[in-house]
Design a binder for this molecule. Structure first.
Ligand code: AN7
Length: 358
């Protein structure tokens, strides 16, 4: 059989806490493209690369941590995993659990997760419960259940998750042959921010890179507890993936920001949607709204004069646009975009397209 990418546990076995006893539960996650974005370079003067994590098996970066968390859970004899989720973690947990032959229970905030993610969790056979509360309520309950019942928690408070997710930084350093000057990520629970920082720190310690990137993280304005410095009781944003008011990895992320001379900023929903359109219509990458905040954050920091011309910037876009496609079908002022209807007639279609016969 010809070689193919073997998933992050096998590819990085020497840098993760796994042994011959660890069953490798993989769907081939990782190895995602790092894409040069000329349109963003033209707007900023920086060298801009986009790490497209929507290319993972369930369409988000969560798969990197889930392969690790579910593999370790099975190694320890777990028959069921549980998580709270704004959508992507539940889709990933459901897929990896079913691949491992165990069950997944997922708690999601009622009516607040994107349709694609809900469909994924159900398709993969998860026990999906819509909780009458927000994500933070769901996480409190998931932690309670894991502490008192025979279910294994696979939220990012489980350290195996962040361990798996750090592999994305390894991939960036391999492609660029150094760390970038800046790395920008969306922030919800701040687990991914923490994971990239750890991955880059390990690369520096191994001598594979010469520096730590400045880690920049962005939260939605209505859900920006780290920026505000206090828990947000009723977080709101159209970027449902990061509608989180009390981040699980808050302390770790604050330490990472200090060490990396990093930054946390807040972005309005309008700017998120503007960045979403720029990325899809000028770069050719379709993401969900939460992911577009990386692009919005780059543009905001560039306008503020913080990103020097020629600096290397990596943006992680965390989830695929197909999970939550409705945002592409609205104009900036919020009206619906309706594709033109035409008769099945070549001449009429050529006319509508403004084509003249040759
Ligand atoms: C697309 O699925 O928290 O800061 O429960 O789905 O590591 O939390 C998702 C988070 C960014 C934020 N982008 O990452 C969940 C969940 C997307 C996401 C984040 C999430 P963290």
């Amino acid at each position: 059989m010809a070689n193919q990418w073997r998933g992050v546990l096998r590819e990085y076995a020497d840098r993760l806490d796994i042994t011959e006893k660890t069953p490798i539960i993989t769907l081939g996650e990782g190895g995602t493209p790092l894409i040069r974005a000329a349109a963003l370079e033209a707007r900023t003067g920086a060298k801009v690369w986009v790490k497209f994590e929507g290319m993972n098996p369930t369409g988000s970066f969560k798969d990197r941590g889930m392969t690790m968390a579910v593999s370790k859970a099975v190694e320890h004899g777990a028959k069921a995993v549980i998580c709270a989720s704004t959508g992507n973690t539940s889709a990933s947990a459901a897929a990896y659990a079913t691949h491992a032959g165990i069950t997944a229970a997922v708690l999601v905030p009622e009516g607040k997760i994107a349709m694609g993610k809900l469909a994924q969790a159900i398709a993969h056979g998860a026990e999906l419960l819509q909780v009458q509360g927000n994500f933070d309520d769901c996480l409190d309950i998931a932690r309670d259940l894991a502490a008192n019942y025979p279910v294994h928690l696979v939220n990012s408070v489980n350290p195996d998750r962040i361990e798996g997710q750090k592999t994305a930084a390894f991939e960036v350093v391999e492609v660029l042959e150094d760390a970038p000057d800046f790395h920008i990520v969306p922030v919800g629970n701040a687990g991914n921010y923490t994971a990239y920082f750890r991955g880059y720190s390990e690369e520096l310690a191994r001598g594979e890179s010469t520096k730590l990137p400045r880690m920049f993280g962005f939260q939605a304005e209505g859900s920006a507890p780290i920026v505000l410095g206090h828990v947000v009781k009723s977080p709101e944003t159209i970027a449902s993936a990061i509608r989180i008011g009390n981040p699980a990895s808050w302390k770790l992320a604050t330490a990472a920001r200090e060490t990396s001379d990093g930054y946390f900023g807040a972005i309005s929903d309008a700017k998120i949607l503007e960045a979403h359109r720029i990325l899809s219509s000028e770069v050719g990458i379709f993401v969900e709204p939460a992911s577009a905040i990386s692009v919005a954050g780059l543009l905001e920091r560039s306008d503020a004069g913080i990103i020097p011309k020629g600096a290397t910037v990596v943006l992680t876009v965390t989830g695929h646009g197909l999970k939550d496609p409705q945002w592409a079908l609205r104009t900036p002022d919020g009206s619906d975009i309706k594709p033109t209807i035409v008769p099945a007639d070549t001449t009429e279609i050529a006319d509508v397209l403004g084509l003249r016969s040759v």
